[in-house]
Design a protein around this ligand. Structure first.
Ligand SMILES: Cc1cc2nc3c(=O)[nH]c(=O)nc-3n(C[C@H](O)[C@H](O)[C@H](O)COP(=O)(O)O)c2cc1C
Length: 145
């Protein structure tokens, strides 16, 4: 799992997702986006990308190097899931999630679950439910492999 966070919300989501996957006995390693390199993606069964959104629905700076690498990497056969934190008060809610999803798709990556977009102002039950759904889809995909 690779994520970018500024004020910690995306990190909280990452933690929720990690907990759930570990409960299902999956082994998961977590890195912040600035530490990660797309060329290592092929070493993993699944890559989970998480990001907050910046500017006008944009991928934030600390995700940008990785995003650009993704654009230059053949992702054929590599499996992904994407999540992010955003604010529905902005015109492009969690736009970075859409950009990452599109980049993965363009480069031939396989999206294994519907992307998860969590509103920073949502109550915690709602966010927990989103995380449940997201990880359940990932686990269902894994069962089918
Ligand atoms: C300057 C600025 C621009 C933002 N632009 C967007 C945006 O376009 N769309 C969106 O959904 N959220 C936007 N946000 C909200 C953040 O993505 C949101 O607060 C998120 O929860 C931050 O995640 P983090 O705590 O992991 O850093 C913006 C926030 C700031 C401060």
């Amino acid at each position: 799992m690779v994520y970018a966070t500024l004020s910690g919300h995306t990190e909280e989501l990452a933690e929720m997702i990690k907990e759930r996957l570990e409960k299902a006995e999956l082994e998961i390693s977590v890195e912040e986006a600035y530490e990660a390199e797309a060329r290592h993606f092929q070493e993993y069964e699944l890559i989970i990308l998480g990001s907050y959104t910046w500017g006008d629905g944009d991928v934030p700076d600390d995700m940008m190097d990785l995003y650009n690498e993704i654009e230059e990497t053949d992702l054929s056969g590599i499996s992904f899931a994407v999540f992010g934190s955003g604010d529905t008060g902005y015109e492009h809610f969690a736009g970075a999630v859409d950009h990452l999803e599109e980049a993965v798709r363009r480069k031939g990556g396989i999206l294994t679950a519907e992307s998860m977009k969590a509103d920073v102002d949502a109550d915690s039950d709602e966010t927990e439910e989103l995380a449940d759904r997201f990880t359940e889809e990932i686990l269902a995909w894994r069962e089918k492999r």
